[in-house]
Design a protein around this ligand. Structure first.
Ligand SMILES: Cc1cc2nc3c(=O)[nH]c(=O)nc-3n(C[C@H](O)[C@H](O)[C@H](O)COP(=O)(O)OP(=O)(O)OC[C@H]3O[C@@H](n4cnc5c(N)ncnc54)[C@H](O)[C@@H]3O)c2cc1C
Length: 390
């Protein structure tokens, strides 16, 4: 079987690595990526145990510890006052074999790329069209070249052109939230915070997250602000950047001094967060959607990449079996259930993180402080998410 994976992002490269690591099977595959080979993604990412557990199958354990960070706890603070509210002990929800880590996105992508044979990933290959020729799919690239395959795995991210062309349009919608990030922050620029751990600042309709990424202690800062009625041009959201920046600086005025001082001279970049409705049928005409192309969810539980990795792993397991059609139907059913559960949890987190009512904040403080110190509760609540292997 000849497979074309479109997109060398987290889901496409994880799937490629899983197929590549099982050299005996009869799958021939190529990965096509529109970006240039030397492009480096910026920003950081948290990878929970359900993701690292799968990445371990392809040798993630061998990655030098200097390249990522193992936080011990997630500290939740008030975005306005800076006061610590409660914390979650990460050691209660992870283990040595399945750690919870923070890592630069570029380090993760390089790890995934470096394990593949050089002639598997084709850069500068933007897919612009797909045609059916007999039983084959003909993939057409913007440089005029083409490739024939039996099956296409569309791992081309939230703005997937393949989803828009080959599946139902209108799966994409603006979530009402905008993400903001700075360049990496140096450890020497950070004061009054536990530098070993993840800090989540919760405030009215907004939260900010700061965490170390590696041994050098580069820090990642990201803030998510939501606003009712915020308009975004789906075709070209860059037209809305001025409105987003105004929103950020308006919100930031009220944040605690410490956080404001950390980011005050930093260049801020922003992007609106889009959701992709979990599609009933993500398989059509020998094309399968995985990752954000199939189910972009709001990033309130740091689960988007983790779910893309789970997709890749389960699809890989089903590709190995005989009756591909039936297997794929099964894959789709299992993944839909899981994504809907994760999405619900992300929505709960958004509600909890973005509270503005003082009475609800009081309840949040007292109830969660108690629950997160209760190891039995923590294990039961997070096990379902983090101890899951598809
Ligand atoms: C603010 C923010 C913070 C986040 N933090 C976390 C976190 O801490 N933990 C976590 O698990 N998740 C996080 N996520 C979510 C995570 O980033 C995504 O879910 C994940 O990157 C999706 O992986 P993917 O492989 O589906 O898509 P991507 O990683 O976006 O990869 C898609 C690839 O396809 C390529 N491509 C697109 N179109 C074409 C085409 N036509 N032809 C060829 N190639 C194409 C793109 O260039 C890209 O390389 C966060 C998201 C946001 C917005």
């Amino acid at each position: 079987m000849k497979i074309a994976i479109i997109g060398a992002g987290i889901s496409g490269l994880t799937l490629g690595n899983l197929i590549f690591s099982n050299k005996n099977q009869e799958i021939e595959f190529q990965i096509f990526e529109k970006r240039k080979k030397d492009h480096k993604d910026s920003g950081g990412i948290q990878l929970s145990p359900n993701a690292t557990n799968i990445l371990n199958i392809i040798g993630f354990k061998k990655l030098d510890y200097a390249n990522f960070h193992l936080p011990k706890s997630i500290n939740f603070l008030d975005l306005l006052s800076g006061e610590k509210i409660f914390d979650l002990n990460i050691l209660d929800i992870s283990s040595r074999d399945k750690p919870y880590i923070c890592i630069k996105r570029s380090v993760l992508i390089d790890f995934l790329l470096n394990r593949l044979q050089k002639d598997i990933v084709n850069f500068n290959k933007e897919v612009i069209n797909i045609k059916n020729i007999d039983n084959y799919k003909k993939i057409i690239f913007s440089d005029g070249t083409s490739y024939l395959s039996d099956l296409i795995i569309s791992a081309d991210g939230v703005f997937s052109k393949i989803r828009d062309k080959e599946f139902n349009r209108d799966q994409l919608s603006f979530s009402g939230s905008v993400a903001f990030r700075t360049d990496y922050i140096k450890s020497s620029e950070i004061f009054e915070l536990q530098k070993e751990n993840i800090s989540v600042f919760m405030g009215p309709s907004s939260h900010s997250v700061l965490y170390p990424l590696n041994k050098e202690k580069d820090f990642n800062f990201v803030s998510i602000i939501s606003k009712k009625g915020l308009k975004v041009d789906k075709e070209d959201w860059t037209k809305n950047i001025n409105n987003f920046n105004d929103l950020f600086y308006e919100k930031m005025k009220n944040w605690n001094n410490n956080l404001r001082n950390i980011i005050k001279n930093k260049k801020i970049s922003c992007w609106p967060i889009f959701k992709v409705k979990t599609i009933d049928s993500r398989i059509q005409n020998n094309i399968i959607l995985i990752g954000d192309a199939a189910h972009a969810i709001v990033p309130y539980h740091a689960q988007g990449a983790a779910q893309s990795i789970e997709d890749a792993y389960l699809l890989y397991k089903h590709l190995k079996k005989n009756n591909l059609y039936l297997n794929i139907q099964n894959f789709q059913k299992i993944r839909k259930k899981r994504i809907l559960e994760v999405e619900k949890r992300s929505n709960v987190n958004q509600f909890i993180f973005h509270l503005s009512n003082n009475y609800l904040k009081f309840l949040r403080k007292n109830i969660l402080k108690f629950l997160l110190k209760n190891r039995v509760f923590v294990k039961i609540y997070f096990n379902k998410l983090f101890n899951h292997k598809p």
